[in-house]
Design a protein around this ligand. Sequence first.
Ligand code: FEO
Ligand code: CA
Ligand code: CA
Ligand code: CA
Length: 688
Amino acid sequence: MRNMLPLLSSKPHQGGRSALTCRYRCGDACFQEVPNTSDNEYAADIIAGALSRRSVVRAAAVVTVAAAAGTASVTGPGGGGQAHAAAAVSRGAGSGRADGARGLRFAPVAPNVADTVTIPSGYRQDIVIRWGDPILRGAPAFDAERQTAKAQAGQFGYNNDFLSLLPLPGERGRQIMVANHEYTSEWLMFRNYDPQNPTREQVEIGWAGHGLSVVVVQEERGTGRLTAVPRHRLNRRITATTEFRVTGPAAGSPLLKTSVDPSGTRVLGTFNNCAGGETPWGTTLHGEENINNYFANSSRPTDRRYGLATGATERKWERFDKRFDVRQEPNESHRFGWVVELDPYDPDSTPRKRTALGRFKHEGAQPRLTDDGRPVVYMGDDERFEYFYKFVSSRRMKKGNSRAAREHNLTLLDEGTLYVAKLTGDSPEYTNGTGTGAHPADGEFDGSGVWIPLATNKVSHVPGMTADEVYVFTRLAADKVGATKMDRPEDVEPSPRTGRVYVALTNNTERGNPGKPGADEANPRNFNKHGQILELAENWDDPSSDGFAWRLFLVAGDPNDPQTYFAGFPKDRVSPISCPDNVTFDPHGNMWISTDGNKLGSNDGLFGVATQGERRGELKQFLTVPIGAETCGPVVQDRRVLVAVQHPGETDFATVEKPDSTWPDGPGKLVRPAVVSIWRKDGRDIGV
Ligand code: FEO
Ligand code: CA
Ligand code: CA
Ligand code: CA
């Protein structure tokens, strides 16, 4: 029997997420006091230099309504998935249209609670790699009953989240896949797990199950299938104990020095890596998100702003390494919460923590180059009432693959300016925090914004804070300058096609509660269960410009709900969506959105939506993931869609002994997070 913990109560959880997920991934953030208690929402700034919005021609869409959907509920290749029969819930997915914008021509999948990955008819799927599959030389095959930390350190980690596919020149039909392993779910990993008394081996398996994986994958000719190539020379595991170098303006700061690292520049490990990004110079970025979960016994106000525990942690790592006990090693927690940069092409490289990008609960980090070649990195801080940020490098990227160019480009994220966003709406009815979500009288949730500089290299722009303090306590710096409190900013990604920037805001059921900020035009609903997506227009030809225009692109939920908005597209022709989290773009310029915590009664899913043209706002569901899972890491290429199925089976009261999911391998096997590739049966491109 599971030992019941006090926090495993019957309280409702944020979004549709299970108690187990809340506890292990975000440290029950929904039950804790919101860490942002600053009063900056009343700060009144005059917005200068806001851009006039590009007008978007949105002709009345003429859409043919086709026959009923033919979606394929496909059991995982191991035969699992029979434990819970598919059951359509709520309304259907639009009307089953296989037409749509180029790249989105598939029959949408209906919302469901099947214990499988459900994909459109005419498509195929297969597992690319599972938790525990060996990737390094000498690593054993996965054995659920004989797990060891040594084995896990050579195997694919737990809870795959962000995914990147990078080209591998010189090796035909192969790509490099980089994956985040956000956290470990010990209940579902170990038989008879006792959360009060984890063993050293279990804790060290947890350390090795965190971090990142680099795995070369082989394409199957004529399909979108990918298979892992074990023991490839580029394959790599980075774990909670791998050595990192700290770089940028706060490297070596007294705030980062510890008893074992008086230099303040060398850190062991990365954890809670959520989303990430790909740089144009061939590296990957990885956000360190809910790092508060790992550090015990803190009473400092600065740590409270980051949500650190005053007592023991859930995983109790502090019993096995004193660096996780703030009383014993006060600055160790300051060495997490950064954006990590990895060079997957050099298996011997030391990954870096880039202090110039600030320290907060980083969801992801996605760059785009300005017209003059400088990277701008967009970043969300995923917690209720937190902010979103950007970093603008002062250096230009060098093209080419010469050693000099690569070395130069690895310095791009160490020099520049860190900004936080402040938004102002233009519809007066939204300035009083009433939060009905009703569509504004001027026709749009929109307004202007300003990027407020926080620090440039060693110079602080925040009164009363040194530059080191701005970088290490970025949340406090943003409080002081009156940044706008958002509904959990997750991925913030610029469209490679249009340069418009999209901010996924997952949900915030605390908005409008007594003592909490009420709705505003960018966060227009109180008790916001379903989230929204913001669209920004940036000045790509002028990196020093600090103004932008914004509007809501999507107000998520059941399309029958009058509060929802799909960029003006007819709502009887879209799929229901709840809790947008990660976004990516396909080769046609469409945005794809994965969800985390569906509150409409369906499993989480992946959706495609056109952002331009007559079909702008036409949102279609491409897949659903198994019971308890979150859809993560989407990558959309011409021939394949790749998703990370994170925390499958992570429902309230599920254990190894009493699983709620048997995905992907069927009864009698441990439920295992895994990466899935989906492609078209006829071999043609996705959605054309
Ligand atoms: Fe790890 Fe913001 O989700
Ligand atoms: Ca996420
Ligand atoms: Ca407006
Ligand atoms: Ca999330």
